[in-house]
Design a protein around this ligand. Structure first.
Ligand SMILES: Cc1ncc(C[n+]2csc(CCOP(=O)(O)OP(=O)(O)O)c2C)c(N)n1
Length: 580
């Protein structure tokens, strides 16, 4: 058998996993791997920062449904990857990260650019490998892809010392995967499905509550079929936007801290929650003690650790969302569609009473919600929407209509500022024929804007809308509401000329300062397709995100506006007259 270097095997192993693009930054320890990459058909996108490379791999994975791959060198290269790894772990994004390590003889000696990568990333990955023999590289890569993509998807890191990359091996192809300790259970459970269906049939105020797990499992079609068969109103989480079409009459939108009043309150009043591919995140439950107090819970998830973690499940089901929904549908069979008129009428009443709203005056400052609605209108909603973290993220998730999965990419669990620009680059690299538009905050933008250089250099024509409110808006909003308007360290000032800044990086820069400039500037941005475009919208700095439930507060108290908490009698119908 011919001998090849570990690095050569690494690259051919990536090729045989079907990898077409990797995102990375080279350096001394990973250098042996970059040499065979030079001859490989795999496209390498040179990020400007490893955090950017990691988020690009995430954006690619979100948009394509494939495993994203990022590469970094040892020490600071690897530590710069920790944020995207943690981000991918909490949002269940399949990633494989490959890091170089100092040569084996230097490990543990405080060598130049040495960091204990597997130790540092232990709690930020689903699994990680420290490969000490070139013979093991092919197996490590094959297993890493398997672990990243199966069960609850997540990031897997492979750390390889430089001498192991340079060392020779005859083992070019992986063995059959043998992971005795890793057995993700995906079958679901027919007996539990039977129990679930009888609860669904007898419930009077059911809510189908679906999250990111639906999108990961490709189960959106089954969600729609179950909702229609059993006449179930549907609430999505932030991560589940697109799991059920927003235009569907049974759609209530997003629940939680900034969810719609109707979605949040429907859950509070429900007598049955059919929770699938969700993890009862605190941004959804508020104080778990007062969350959905009347509801029995059917909870299905691929990750057994999620079931019963926050909320006891009356019917726990471990399994792949698509299979579980398939079992529920089989079990439902050709039962009659239940008449839920009285429950649906209550929900309609709330929808009418408490719609999402904002007030755009023709001569007033630009409202960020208006920008998002105009973007939606002018693109026909036909775009992959990426967001940063903050107020703009919440407005985007509220005011865009998501009718399909994998068209909403954001950092929900970790809430990583700086996610949008690189994630958009990764999404566009993976889906070059789609329009990729990112909505970013000025604070977030300033964290990873250098990745626009990557986008311009690599000819990845993403579009970025900056909602410039001159502040870390979401934090400022909390200061406004809970710290008497004392804006400690949240005002960014407006010293930056974003148009000049992005033009200097090879992008087109545009700006809108008044409401009538919004539509023309969006149209201009849509007409340019040979370079990245950044549009600065100078928006109302005082606009806040509503509805809102205080962090850790009860979902029985939804703030509709700055001084309106609609308090509810916990046992009955909301009392609209009660003020704080
Ligand atoms: C890396 C990181 N640091 C700090 C925070 C805390 N944080 C959450 S939102 C936010 C402000 C975001 O500001 P901006 O990007 O301008 O968006 P806006 O809320 O104004 O729309 C901050 C600082 C975070 N989420 N991530």
């Amino acid at each position: 058998m011919t001998k090849r270097t570990g690095a050569e095997v690494l690259i051919t192993s990536l090729e045989s996993e079907g990898v077409d693009i990797v995102f990375g930054v080279p350096g001394g320890a990973i250098l042996p791997a970059y040499d065979p990459l030079y001859d490989s058909p795999i496209r390498h996108i040179l990020a400007r920062h490893e955090q950017g490379a990691g988020h690009m791999a995430e954006g690619y994975a979100w948009a394509t449904g494939k495993v994203g791959v990022c590469i970094a060198t040892s020490g600071p290269g690897a530590t710069n990857l920790v944020t995207p790894l943690a981000d991918a772990l909490i949002d269940s994004v399949p990633l494989v990260a490959i890091t170089g390590q100092v040569a084996t003889r230097s490990v543990g000696n405080d060598a130049f650019q040495e960091a204990y990568t597997v130790g540092i990333t232990m709690s930020a990955t689903k699994h990680n490998y420290f490969v000490t023999n070139p013979d093991d590289i092919a197996d490590a890569v094959h297993e890493a892809f398997h672990i990243a993509a199966t069960g609850r998807p997540g990031p897997v890191l492979i750390d390889i010392p430089k001498d192991v990359l340079a060392g020779l091996t005859t083992n070019h192809t992986p063995q059959e995967i043998h992971l005795p300790g890793y057995k993700p259970k995906s079958e679901g459970h027919y007996r539990k499905a039977k129990e679930a269906v009888s609860l669904i049939a007898s419930a009077t105020r059911p809510v189908l509550y679906v999250g990111g797990g639906i999108i990961k499992a490709g189960a959106h079609e089954e969600v729609r079929r179950l909702a229609e068969a059993a006449n179930l109103p549907v609430v999505t989480t932030l991560m589940g936007r697109g799991a059920f079409p927003d235009h569907h009459p049974l759609a209530l939108g997003m629940s939680g801290m900034h969810g719609t009043y109707t979605a949040t309150t429907a859950i509070q009043k429900a007598d049955l929650l059919i929770a699938i591919g969700v993890r009862f995140d605190d941004r959804v439950t508020g104080d778990p003690a007062s969350f959905a107090p009347h509801a029995k819970v059917i909870h299905a998830d691929i990750d057994p650790a999620e079931i019963g973690k926050v909320r006891k499940a009356d019917v726990p089901i471990v399994g792949d969302a698509r299979r579980v929904l398939g079992q529920l549908l089989d079990e439902w069979g050709d039962r009659e569609v239940p008449d839920r008129t009285s429950w649906l009428t209550v929900l309609d009443g709330w929808r009418r009473e408490y719609p999402l709203h904002y007030d755009q005056q023709p001569d007033g400052p630009i409202k960020p919600q208006y920008v998002i609605e105009e973007l939606y209108r002018l693109t026909g909603g036909d775009a992959i929407l990426v967001s940063g973290v903050g107020q703009h993220q919440m407005w985007a998730s509220q005011f865009w209509k998501f009718d399909e999965p994998r068209r909403w990419i954001n950092s929900g669990g970790l809430g990583t500022m700086g996610f949008a620009v690189p994630a958009a680059v990764g999404a566009k690299a993976g889906m070059p024929d789609e329009l990729v538009y990112a909505i970013d905050g000025d604070g977030c933008f300033q964290m990873t804007l250098q990745e626009l250089i990557t986008a311009a250099t690599e000819q990845i024509p993403v579009k970025i809308a900056i909602m410039n409110n001159g502040a870390h808006g979401m934090v400022k909003q909390w200061q406004e509401l809970f710290y008497s308007g004392r804006f400690s360290a949240t005002l960014l000032g407006d010293k930056v000329d974003y148009v000049q800044l992005v033009e200097g990086m090879g992008c087109v820069g545009l700006r809108a300062q008044t409401p009538e400039e919004v539509a023309p500037v969006i149209e201009k941005s849509l007409a340019i397709d040979d370079r990245p475009v950044v549009v600065e919208f100078v928006v109302d700095p005082d606009e806040m995100v509503f509805p809102m439930v205080r962090a850790g507060g009860t979902n029985d108290e939804v703030m509709i506006g700055p001084d309106t908490i609609v308090k509810q009698d916990p046992n009955g119908i909301p009392r609209l007259d009660m003020q704080p």
